[in-house]
Design a protein around this ligand. Structure first.
Ligand code: MN
Length: 487
């Protein structure tokens, strides 16, 4: 790996860029870290280089790549943030400053975990690029984890699986998420890793043979049907996501249908559906396995059509069909955002895309109680999310297990306060009904209603609903007390 490789990669995506600045940042970092070694025995500069290369490959703008080269300078060398500002400007300085703040974690055990999370969220709200540099930094640290003592290996690997990867997932950066997970998995759960590795090695060769035949069959048919410019390839499920899925299916590999899958990339949405039609005309679909995340994207923005078919050689095979743009979004998520909005690099525009982060941060700045903080963070980031719809077709993102009341408060405080009845998919349901993916929810309000029922606290799920109901409850007690004291 070398700086010229990084420059080449940046230039590919940002042809106008002033590559001299990147070279200067490299020279600066190299001089600053002169004489320092990594635990592996390599020159320290190999680490910022690897970090910067990951960022360049994610197609992030040159300033972020430069920040990647300089990210350990203020902490580990005699050069300061001021030196960075003087040489590379305020924007680079601010990203590097954000990363430096993130690495100062004083506590141990549970407190360390919580402080880590808090800092990540605050950094995210301030500048999402800081988090992405941190992910790239972590990814290289994981790849050289073998050189560290065992207890450190375990801690860093667990922290990655519990904090970094879920955030990467929530930001829709699937590419980084699976790299982080697969590298950390080996150190976090070594025995389980070996088990999954063996399963994959036993199962995939036969599957891959089938896949290749099916790719051929499909491609011929797609040509006949005049689908032009499609890409098709087989892909194996990532280790850690396979592991997680196995745990959900009693460790039974026979119940996993997407160990390998065929991915078809096309130019347009209408081609997505046309391709699905072609697949179903060749192979019989498995009932209940057709998923349309194109019309109904996942909360993190993921879009794709999925279908599982009875394929050749009696193998059950999953197809994932999406446009090339959707594929970029699925792998790069928020990181892909800069590419589409070239010239508009301000993180402000990205902030809008992650309004849930803003919301969470606002709240956590007020919450001093660690237990409450964890509860909120768990619901907002680490829990599975569902998406439901308003009658107007607007997508609402809620945590799994959310009820009609959570939905009502999510739409507006007044709708929650005056919620009277709820219809789910045109059927009246009780207010404590748990919503499912894709439900269309209609709330009927009663303008005469004074406020929420405190009993709702027993079943609501979201922080917002809990907060609003509790607030009203306290408020109404205060009103009663004031009334009495006035008498
Ligand atoms: Mn580093």
């Amino acid at each position: 790996m070398s700086i010229s490789q990084i420059i080449k990669t940046v230039k590919k995506f940002y042809p106008e860029t002033d590559t001299e600045m990147i070279q200067l940042a490299f020279d600066f970092a190299k001089k600053a870290h002169e004489g320092q070694k990594r635990a592996t025995g390599e020159q320290y500069i190999t680490h910022p280089l690897a970090t910067a290369l990951t960022l360049a490959e994610l197609e992030l703008p040159p300033n972020v790549v430069i920040a990647g080269l300089l990210h350990d300078v203020p902490e580990d060398t005699t050069y300061t943030l001021t030196d960075i500002r003087n040489n590379f400007g305020e924007e680079v300085e601010s990203i590097v400053e954000g990363i430096t703040k993130l690495s100062n974690i004083k506590y141990r055990g549970m407190d360390r975990y919580i402080e880590n999370l808090r800092k990540m969220f605050i950094a995210m709200a301030e500048d999402i690029r800081v988090i992405i540099v941190k992910f790239a930094d972590r990814l290289h640290n994981l790849s050289t984890l073998y050189a560290l003592p065992a207890n450190k290996q375990k801690r860093i690997a667990m922290e990655t699986l519990e904090i970094y990867a879920p955030i990467a997932n929530r930001l829709g950066i699937g590419e980084l998420q699976s790299k982080l997970e697969d590298t950390a998995f080996k150190f976090a759960y070594p025995e389980e890793y070996i088990w999954v590795d063996q399963l994959i090695k036993q199962r995939t060769p036969a599957k891959e043979k089938t896949l290749n035949q099916m790719i051929k069959t499909f491609s011929d048919s797609a040509d006949e049907n005049k689908i032009v410019g499609f890409d098709i390839y087989g892909r194996r499920k990532h280790y850690y996501s396979l592991y997680r899925k196995l745990l959900r299916f009693n460790r039974n590999i026979n119940q996993i249908y997407d160990l390998v899958a065929i991915r078809v990339l096309v130019d347009s949405v209408s081609d997505c559906y046309a391709v699905m039609g072609i697949i179903h005309s060749i192979w019989k679909p498995v009932k209940g396995r057709i998923k349309d995340y194109v019309a109904q994207p996942k909360p993190n923005g993921y879009q794709s059509l999925h279908t599982t078919v009875f394929g050749e050689n009696h193998e059950i095979v999953e197809f994932q069909i999406r446009t090339k743009e959707m594929n970029e979004q699925a792998e790069y998520g928020i990181a892909a955002y800069w590419k589409y909005k070239a010239g508009e690099e301000s993180p402000d525009s990205v902030k809008k895309e992650v309004s849930w982060v803003q919301d969470l941060v606002k709240w956590l700045k007020e919450v001093k109680d660690n237990e409450k903080f964890m509860e909120g963070a768990k619901i907002d980031v680490f829990q599975n999310h569902i998406f439901v719809f308003t009658p107007q077709g607007e997508v609402i993102d809620l945590p799994e297990g959310a009820t009609t009341i959570d939905f009502a408060f999510h739409i507006h405080t007044d709708i929650g306060n005056q919620c009277h009845r709820a219809m789910v998919n045109n059927v009246q349901v009780s207010l404590d009904t748990r919503l499912k993916n894709g439900d269309v929810v209609n709330i009927i309000t009663d303008k005469n209603r004074k406020g929420p029922n405190p009993e709702w606290l027993k079943f609501v799920k979201t922080r917002m609903a809990k907060q609003r109901i509790a607030m009203y409850k306290n408020q109404s007690w205060k009103n009663i007390i004031t009334k009495f004291s006035k008498k």
